[in-house]
Write a protein that binds this ligand. Structure first.
Ligand code: RUQ
Ligand code: CUA
Length: 685
């Protein structure tokens, strides 16, 4: 018996399965090789991207608890880039260089780690457009913008009055707003209260973030909500444009042993938010000024020197002050994902403990609101009647539905965490059409554009929490994995497994053609706005200001210039400002100094990056290029001398004679030829 039919059999009799089942997914015992065997040749040819050829899609996968984003090519499953976001990244110095450190500032100080979950591409008219990628930080609630011209994080906004930024950063079809909702309700504003006073004192917030102007990301408004857990969200589109839908669980408002205590009610809720109404109410003065301190970090495109701005206060809307802004839709049971189909009519919910997949109708919801088909209100929020809003239920889908994406051809694909499978079903008839086992415990599924108006419905990627026997054993800790599934035909076909970094909660993918032509090849040196830029050796040198010593130097194949420095004293703080003056694609250099307490820096062509060093002992320390850049890369090195405090060794940098002459005549062109470097004392600048 195949895995699939075993699961169907189990699912058939699963009216009330143990909660414990959530903790352990289908055992990998009956691993089926039949599909792989049958398709091996076919699958290989479909995922094979010959050397020198490009993949068809960029796929942006969350790094989960690594705090980063991983960029893979599809269909090959090749990892092509790590984009550091919320975590320091010693591979290139993100969060270590002086230029990037401010990006990780928060009101809690420098926070160089977070838990990323949901990459989200910017959209134009409901379709991913390839301009930006957004991602959330779950632990210290933040959202980040990644500029897809550079594949670099350029903006991070902290979310005040929140905890657990999980339902985030889903976008509206015009990318005007991103959202972030509190997974954990907390006292808002924060207060020292007994945890037992949860029901009186704990609240949730739904945050709308203005996101369509780079550099100006900010909190537009927050909506104060009952103290449930707000889990995931998605914007409406088409007829439901202007609405946002969030899942909630723990409507029991339990504060302990949630595994049991938040699983009591048969139904929790979808919070349907009419954000145009919220805008209107705020314009009418119904919002109130509320506290909340947060920071906005920005890495501008001219200098690439990040800054942190601290902000105070938000506009807060109470649903009871704005009629019709929020409704609750009863939904079984402890729902996780909420996904809107490409037409914008259907609201599909993954109820982790539900035995069906409920689908709400936006049209019915509108009618129920007009008819006032309410069963009760919670804190002034009307609860619509389930029967008045439900469009249908997918029966016997499997166990543990979490997330759904769409292929744009009328089909939906839902991940089944407990029964470890992806289930394909038809919108409108709610019939299950196909199912395929995955290995194992799938969280999200992703179809390129699969949550948008126009999915590119050729592939589906299943992102699995457990790999167990899929790869060579690597000790007790195994990587998570993604599986590429062909969804172009009636039957889903497993094409490829590939390991992922951290936990790949969610991913988004987009045709490569929408991004690859925009990619920047190098930064123009003439436009480098870093205050410590060194455009030629003649501009380099060493300068002291009290106990601070600034060193300016260039990196170019195959030397640093100047490359020897003296006059530093113990007790000084040294800043190496290194500019890579190369003006060619992918010609990077690196910088590391012996004795430094931090990572190396990788210097992209045309950029200046700064390494801070507090010497700990007198002596002479080498520094070198960490990136094998030329045949004479091993020669790319220099020394810095550290003397005792009060020493008479003068401050000096060995600027070459030629550079000094250039300096005198105002010429700034740097020769790439090796030069004889004379020791020359540089005057104080
Ligand atoms: S959530 S599966 Cu953020 Cu489903 Cu990870
Ligand atoms: Cu520059 Cu190696």
């Amino acid at each position: 018996m195949s895995n699939g039919s075993t699961r169907r059999f189990i699912a058939a009799g699963s009216g009330a399965f143990a909660l414990a089942a959530l903790a352990y997914a289908c055992a990998p015992s009956a691993k089926s090789n039949s599909s792989a065997g049958l398709l091996a040749g076919d699958a290989a040819s479909r995922t094979y991207v010959p050397p020198g050829s490009y993949d068809e899609f960029y796929s942006f996968m969350s790094g989960g608890f690594s705090g980063q984003i991983l960029v893979y090519g599809l269909p090959s499953g090749r990892l092509i880039k790590t984009i550091p976001v919320f975590s320091q990244f010693p591979e290139n110095g993100w969060g270590y260089s002086e230029e990037s450190k401010p990006m990780l500032n928060t009101t809690f100080g420098f926070v160089p780690w977070d838990d990323t979950h949901h990459p989200e591409l910017s959209q134009t008219d409901g379709v991913p457009d390839g301009r930006w990628l957004f991602i959330n930080a779950n632990n210290t609630p933040r959202v980040a913008r990644i500029d897809l011209k550079r594949f670099e994080t350029t903006e991070i906004l902290q979310i005040p009055n929140a905890a657990g930024g999980h339902a985030s950063p889903f976008v509206t079809p015009d990318s005007k707003y991103l959202v972030s909702a509190t997974r954990f309700s907390v006292p808002i504003p924060q207060a020292d209260v007994p945890i037992e006073s949860y029901k009186q004192n704990f609240k949730g917030t739904l945050t709308f973030i203005r996101a369509d102007q780079p550099g100006k990301m900010d909190i537009a408004f927050q909506i104060m909500m009952p103290g449930f857990d707000y889990d995931l969200g998605h914007a409406g589109k088409g007829p439901s444009d202007g609405w946002f839908f969030f899942t909630t669980y723990n409507s029991e408002e339990a504060n302990t042993k949630l595994e049991v205590n938040a699983s009591q009610a048969d139904k929790d809720y979808i919070a349907a938010v009419n954000y145009r109404k919220a805008e209107q109410c705020i314009a009418d003065g119904k919002g109130k000024k509320f506290g909340g301190t947060y920071v906005h970090n920005y890495l501008p495109g001219d200098s690439y020197v990040a800054t942190t701005e601290t902000k105070n206060g938000v506009t807060l809307l109470d649903p009871s002050a704005c009629d019709g802004v929020v409704y609750y839709l009863p939904t079984p049971k402890s729902p996780h994902g909420v996904d809107i189909d490409p037409s914008g009519e259907y609201i599909v919910v993954g109820g982790k403990l539900a035995t069906v997949i409920p689908v709400h109708s936006f049209a019915k919801m509108q009618k129920a609101i007009a008819d006032k088909a309410f069963e009760k209100t919670i804190d002034g929020i009307p609860v619509l009647k389930y029967d008045a809003v439900v469009a249908g239920e997918v029966q016997k889908p499997g166990l543990g539905p979490l997330h759904t994406e769409f292929d744009g051809k009328g089909n939906a694909y839902t991940s089944m965490f407990i029964s470890s499978e992806v289930v394909k079903w038809k919108l409108g008839t709610w019939q299950v059409l196909d199912r395929i086992p995955v290995y194992y415990s799938v969280g999200h599924v992703m179809i390129p554009g699969g949550d948008s108006k126009k999915p590119w419905g050729k592939y589906l990627v299943a992102m699995d929490k457990i790999t167990k026997d899929r790869y060579l054993p690597t000790g007790p800790e195994m990587s998570r994995a993604a599986q590429l599934i062909d969804i172009s035909g009636d039957k889903m076909k497993l094409l490829l497994d590939f390991p992922t970094m951290g936990e790949p909660h969610y991913a988004q993918a987009i045709p490569a053609s929408l991004i690859k032509g925009n990619s920047i090849k190098f930064d123009k040196l003439t436009e480098n706005g870093n205050p410590y830029v060194t455009k030629a050796e003649s501009e380099g040198g060493i300068a002291r200001s009290g106990k601070r010593v600034d060193i300016k130097m260039i990196a170019v194949r195959s030397h640093f210039a100047p490359d020897n420095f003296e006059g530093v004293q113990l007790g000084d703080t040294v800043y190496f400002h290194v500019t890579n003056i190369e003006q060619d694609w992918n010609i990077g250099h690196g910088f590391a100094v012996f004795g430094a307490q931090t990572s190396n820096l990788i210097l992209p062509p045309g950029e200046t990056r700064t390494l801070k060093w507090v010497p700990q002992a007198t002596g002479v320390y080498p520094f070198y290029c960490t990136d094998f850049c030329s045949a004479l890369h091993q020669e790319m090195q220099g020394y810095i001398r550290v003397s005792a405090p009060g020493s008479s060794v003068a401050l000096s940098a060995n600027t070459s004679k030629r550079a000094q002459t250039q300096n005198a005549t105002g010429t700034t062109r740097e020769s790439e030829h090796a030069e004889k470097h004379d020791h020359a004392r540089e005057g104080s600048r």
